[in-house]
Design a protein around this ligand. Structure first.
Ligand code: AN7
Length: 364
């Protein structure tokens, strides 16, 4: 590329893309150290997580009659919000001299734990529900070198077992029962407060084990602000909506296929104290939002993340003017679901110009 051209390109990039002022390229623990349980000089295991973009959603805004923005947590290093908590949980584990971490997971916690453990040079084991984790998450967890145990049971049973395991063995549990996870994840509330300069009326968020809604509420509370928290569960895995443990949770959104959330009380308190709610959306509503996000907003999130948007579309803005939906994980995590549920098709074509013309320009 000529010098003039690269200069031009540089200019057009600078001119065309707004640099979010809050985006800083520092480890999350460094960015928010005063508000986190880490002292200067403590070991920090970081992949440069956090500082994720907040992007306007014009189509959703039009549909619900409010200003809707999307917090892209899929922009974290392993593709989900879990990295915020994991940098803290693994850094604290290293500080304690731990040599191994373990978690139960529907996939994203596993991928994140595996990555941070790799970075820290410690070992990681994950227990996942057999056949119920998305391919991208499994690929990540394996390539990072974690030991993957496929349990002939569901997430809730896996979590029960890892709790027993860590009671009797010197392995650190990095599920969101670990306080450092919640501490790290609360930083997303700080970022939103900064990015929106305090102008946030409501947050829409998917709820599974309920660590994240708990963390957001902690973050907002520490700032003294009170946006309404609207949490959404999948209909087939909605214990916080029905008030009953779900023995056999089922949903297309495998990340939130959880029937007995660990942070049950905290989540209910967050919804109540923020004048929010926790409500259910069906799998078909989740999939409709999943397609809409991708096809109209250009945002490929995973199905669990789309549950937040499905909830907003189903129940409306409820008087809120400034709304953020948290897109918790990116779409590439779960390619099978995207391939199985879209309006397009793949058109086969021989190597012939006429057939290409027909395929490209003909009726769909
Ligand atoms: C994309 O990875 O529970 O309510 O084991 O992966 O804090 O549990 C994942 C949960 C939302 C729900 N969106 O968050 C796990 C796991 C995505 C997720 C949730 C998850 P929590």
């Amino acid at each position: 590329m000529s010098e003039g051209m690269s200069e031009q390109l540089g200019q057009s990039i600078q001119g065309g893309v707004e640099q979010p002022s809050a985006r800083r390229h520092v480890p999350l623990i460094e960015r928010y150290r005063e508000r986190l349980p880490f002292a200067p000089g403590d070991p920090v295991v970081s992949l440069q997580e956090g500082s994720t973009p907040v992007v306007p959603a014009p189509v959703l805004s039009e549909l619900v009659g409010a200003r809707v923005r999307l917090k892209l947590e899929g922009a974290n290093p392993t593709g989900s919000f879990k990295d915020r908590g994991m940098t803290c949980a693994v850094s604290a584990a290293v500080r304690e001299g731990a040599k191994a971490v373990v978690c139960a997971s529907t996939g994203n916690t596993a991928a994140s734990a595996a990555a941070y453990a790799a970075r820290a040079g410690i070992t990681c084991a994950v227990i996942v529900p057999e056949g119920k984790i998305a391919q991208g998450k499994l690929a990540q967890t394996l390539i990072h070198g974690a030991r993957v145990i496929s349990l002939a049971g569901n997430f809730d049973q896996a979590l029960e077992l890892v709790r027993q395991l860590t009671d009797t063995h010197p392995i650190v549990l990095v599920n969101s029962v670990n306080e450092f996870r919640v501490e790290g994840q609360k930083t997303a509330a700080f970022e939103l407060h900064e990015a929106l300069e305090g102008e946030l009326d409501a947050l829409c968020i998917p709820v599974g084990n309920a660590g994240n809604i708990t963390a957001y509420w902690r973050g907002f509370s520490e700032l003294g602000v009170k946006p309404r928290l609207f949490g959404f569960q999948a209909e087939g895995a909605a214990p916080l909506v029905t008030g009953q443990i779900v023995e056999r949770p089922e949903t297309v959104a495998s990340a939130i296929r959880i029937g007995r959330p660990v942070r049950w009380e905290d989540a209910m308190a967050a919804a109540r104290d923020s004048r929010g709610s926790i409500r259910a959306v069906s799998d078909s509503e989740i999939l409709a939002a999943f397609r809409l996000l991708a096809s109209k907003e250009g945002m490929f999130s995973e199905p669990a993340s789309a549950a937040a948007v499905a909830g907003l579309l189903k129940y409306g803005a409820e008087g809120a003017e400034e709304i953020v939906c948290v897109l918790t994980g990116r779409g590439l995590k779960d390619p099978e679901t995207a391939i199985a549920h879209n309006d397009g098709r793949v058109i086969p074509c021989p190597v012939e110009i006429e057939r290409i013309e027909e395929a490209v320009l003909g009726d769909p």
